[in-house]
Design a protein around this ligand. Sequence first.
Ligand SMILES: *Cc1c(COP(=O)(O)O)cnc(C)c1O
Length: 472
Amino acid sequence: MAEKRENEKLRRLPSVDRVLGMLEEGKENGLARNLAADTVRSVLKDLRERLKKGDGEGVSILEIVRMVKKQLNTLQSAGLQKVINGTGVVLHTNLGRAPLGQRAVERLQQVAFGYCNLEYDIDSGERGSRYQYVAEKICRLTGAEDALVVNNNAAAVLLVLAGLAQGRQVLVSRGELVEIGGSFRIPDVLKQSGAQLIEVGATNKTHLQDYEAAINSETGLLLKVHTSNYRIIGFASQPELKDVVALAHRHHLPVAEDLGSGSFLPLSGAKGWREPTVRERLASGVDIVTFSGDKLLGACQAGIIAGKKMYLDQLKKHPLMRALRIDKLSLAVLEGALLDYLWGNPLETVPVQRMLHRSQEALSEQAKQLADGLSACLGDWNIGVEPVMSMAGGGTLPEEPFPSWCVAIQPPGVSTVRLEQYLRTYSTPIIARLQEQKLLVDVRCLSEEDIQVICHACRDFSEEENSKRGEG
Ligand SMILES: *Cc1c(COP(=O)(O)O)cnc(C)c1O
């Protein structure tokens, strides 16, 4: 009996064609029609499963059409989208790290819409090198003899290790066996490169003698790693870089340094720690440095290798080079950012630099502006301007608080958790920080336009809540 009833329910489900007939999508033959038909089939299949379990009875054909449309909508719209960064973390890896400047985007547009001379030398009419355009600019900015760019800094480190020390030993201080997010660990990268890791020193202290004692005929490279996301403090020390370099060169060995952020301009935080610049590290005699394109540099994902020509020539010939190579769009963006450093005022035109160097006055002024905008339309909300501590993020100045200003928001009679969720899922998502009963919007990374959107979003939230209350 039960089985018969179940069959009856299943038979009452509409046919694929009937549901398709009620959709605007997929009217034309072709891919869109297949997509629509597949989606209808999958929704009906789910429903069939539910009916077998005694669930989903009485779902109307209109509801089925709605379910199909919802799934098709997700496929029709772009998932990767702009968000508003109210966290105050300038280099937020989950939010795409560095926003681009005007010049970088212009370069991208120039190159993206047509053909370009990526590997074509216009003067000679012959094959050229894709690295030549950025290499010279990087050299001018850092004092390097030569430069090379790959997909990201992780790839740059891998290439340097594989290219200079495959089958040989690489000495790394125990205090510098870094793990950064996304499971990039120096020991693992070393293993992948085919080089052998030799740990020297202790976690807190490494002496020059530790390196010296570990050098033997199998040694291929000394690797220094910038501890970009942690600090070892207290009874701790590392030998001077120039002494490590002198030791290595005495043994005819190269020194490479993974700088992580790799800044062109000096940057220091409230506690006085500073990020080393690429130029000063190279000036200390390091043979090769590697760093990211989308951290302090403020461009796109890229890994820059800068240093002595004889080592870079070796890397250029390595088979991994082809697998790790950078694409033309990234090169265009990177070159735009490099032009900003060379000829512009990067503190103004490179967004990451501008945001990191904003003055306390400018930040508190903008926080007041946002608070006034919100108060003007949300009279009964509790809105205040407060100082906050943010972080630079992206493996830059760890443990260094970056003092900033925020607007603290508390809507009346609704949980702040609900407001946070509403803003996060707004048409332009707004990412803010919940702290106790308040929602904190740090203004460091906000544009004028973002401020308008935040005001609109909060007003929309308030209107929706009020209308809900009115109905209830
Ligand atoms: C960020 C970082 C990397 C990885 O750089 P990506 O460009 O993200 O690949 C490697 N090493 C250090 C020390 C870093 O800080």
